[in-house]
Design a protein around this ligand. Structure first.
Ligand SMILES: [Zn+2]
Length: 322
């Protein structure tokens, strides 16, 4: 069996700084792939350091698996039909989705409603967008969820990476990346392609976990609960960990303007009983506090980030004076 190899990552993916401080140790547990993909499963038991950039606050792994197409292979999950249908019908993310659609609609004129959902999953967001009057399309790499989303929504759902969408196919008024960028190494590359696919004056909506708050939450959980190991990046499922400042900087580097970074609406899982109701009430309360308390964006009250950025109507040109 081949040994699991890694390629070091020496500079910050957002700001190119080289002072990267260790903040967490992540582990690989991929034995579920023993039969499906033995080379991928060989990473089981490996460990990596997650490092935070001293300049911009972004966190990323100290190395990446050298295995070709590691991320595509890890996400080649053979989900059941019932699970995919459940994901389409579940409403736990609807608060996030409706807030994104309303914010995009406010920023665009009423005649601009051409939308692309990157990482369309089972199609829930595309479906809600259609009901709100958008002409929505999606990108989804998993063949089963892509086919399901297309069937349930009637929308065009392409089984493509955003990097592989031709710019000539773009001209979108809005592009949503909800819970996508944290799964992708070198996220500025994806934002650059997103900007190229937008029509001039179009808007991007990006939702990601807030890296520092999530790590703090996990570390506290590890202190309170016996035998609990904090996990925020095992298997590199989350590979890009944004702070508010680094998310802003990533959007700036991709050429976006009028950038707004704030707390994202929470997921509200439909857990039963009093415990579920209390959990949802707590999540809503923390979110309202994060929105209302001045400076809360940079505190543990903000567990997830929602950002918007506009592609300039004209491409920036060099200053002729300086
Ligand atoms: Zn940095």
């Amino acid at each position: 069996m081949k040994t699991a190899a890694f390629d070091p990552v020496l500079t910050c993916w957002i700001c190119d700084a080289t002072t990267l401080m260790p903040v967490h140790e992540l582990v690989f547990e991929l034995s579920a792939y023993d039969v499906q993909d033995a080379e991928l499963a060989a990473y089981t038991g490996s460990r990596l350091t997650l490092c935070r950039c001293a300049r911009c606050g972004f966190a990323q792994p100290a190395a990446l698996p050298a295995l070709p197409r590691y991320f595509d292979r890890m996400y080649d999950q053979r989900w059941s039909d019932d699970w995919i249908r459940g994901e389409f019908e579940a409403d736990y993310k609807d608060g996030i989705f409706t807030e994104i659609l309303a914010s995009l609609a406010r920023r665009l004129g009423p005649s601009r409603r051409k939308l692309l959902d990157v990482g369309a999953h089972a199609g829930r967001f595309v479906s809600l967008a259609q009901r709100a009057g958008w002409a929505a399309e999606g990108l989804e790499l998993n063949p089963k969820t892509a086919a399901y989303a297309a069937r349930r929504t009637g929308a065009t759902i392409r089984q493509l990476n955003v990097q592989d969408v031709r710019v000539g196919d773009g001209g979108y008024d809005a592009i949503a990346l909800t819970d996508v960028l944290e799964h992708i190494p070198d996220p500025v590359r994806v934002l650059l392609r997103t900007a190229a696919l937008l029509a001039p004056g179009g808007w991007v909506a990006v939702k990601v976990p807030c890296g520092p708050s999530q790590l703090l939450k996990e570390n506290w959980r590890g202190r309170i609960l016996r035998r609990y190991r904090p996990t925020i990046a095992d298997n590199l499922v989350h590979v890009s960990h944004f702070s508010p400042a680094s998310l802003r900087q990533a959007l700036e580097r991709a050429g976006f303007v009028d950038i707004d970074v704030g707390p994202a609406a929470p997921e509200l899982p439909a857990s039963p009983g009093l415990r579920g109701a209390l959990s949802r009430a707590l999540r809503r309360s923390v979110h309202y506090a994060a929105r209302l308390v001045p400076g809360a964006l940079h505190t543990p009250l903000t567990l997830n980030l929602q950002a918007y950025g506009r592609r300039p109507a004209e491409r920036a040109t060099e200053c002729r004076v300086c």
